[in-house]
Design a protein around this ligand. Structure first.
Ligand code: FMN
Length: 218
């Protein structure tokens, strides 16, 4: 199947590329992330608060790319090192961005999203955790999954600890980046694993660990 590729140059607006329902396998290329925002780390640390209601205007594609980059972006291309630390560069995680009509996997090496599910992805996620109300209304939900086998041979169960720590680091990077962009986020840690995997089109070995709802503050 021929892959469609939405380059920003050809999309009428950045938001338009995400508004179109993709086909699984479509690649959405992202604008180069900024490494020079205006808000200081101290400022966003002091204002961060979990946010459970959002403005209707969703984040733009560029903003979604910036959030994904803050979590898992490549910041040292020679070795492929990323914005968040990882035990012995195991990089256990996949990061999915779920919008009302699709799920995308962030591809760090390309700084792009690859569509992994189409249709009512966010509604499916919400059904995986019916009591977690923010899921049903969040403009975007980031889903963190871990593949524990990526650790060094012989590490055994320590992979679970390391991968979970990595999720915490990536979640906080995205949360602070969101705050710097005038957005707010909240974690959702209770859900049915298999339903989440299905909603985002995750691979068999991936274990969902956490979700993070994000949107523009009201
Ligand atoms: C691992 C984890 C799971 C969480 N799960 C939920 C959740 O399912 N629903 C929710 O509304 N908040 C959830 N939260 C957010 C906490 O309730 C929140 O961080 C706490 O009340 C402190 O408030 P603050 O984040 O505004 O400082 C979670 C936070 C963490 C770290």
């Amino acid at each position: 199947m021929r892959r469609r590729c939405w380059m920003l140059a050809f999309a009428a607006t950045a938001a338009a590329a995400m508004a179109v329902e993709p086909k699984v396998g479509d690649i959405v290329e992202l604008e180069k992330p900024t490494t020079d925002g205006k808000a200081s780390v101290e400022k966003v640390l002091s204002t961060r608060r979990s946010c459970r209601e959002w403005a209707e205007t969703p984040p733009s594609l560029a903003e979604l790319g910036q959030l994904a980059w803050a979590g898992q972006g490549v910041t040292e291309p020679k070795k492929g090192l990323r914005a968040a630390p990882s035990a012995a560069e195991s990089y256990y995680l996949e990061l999915y961005a779920v919008t009302p009509n699709a799920a995308y996997r962030y591809v760090p090496a390309k700084h792009a999203f690859a569509a992994t599910a189409a249709g009512e992805a966010r509604a499916q996620l919400a059904a995986a955790a019916p009591r977690m109300k923010p899921l049903a209304v969040a403009p975007v939900v980031f889903v963190f999954t871990a593949t524990f086998e990526r650790g060094k041979p012989g590490w055994g169960d320590v992979n679970i600890r390391y991968a979970t720590i990595e999720v915490g680091a990536v979640m906080e990077n995205i949360t602070l980046q969101a705050e710097a962009l005038g957005m707010g986020a909240v974690c959702v840690g209770t859900f049915k694993d298999e339903d989440v995997k299905k909603a985002v089109g995750a691979g068999e070995k991936e274990q969902p660990i956490l979700m993070l709802c994000v949107g523009r503050r009201k």
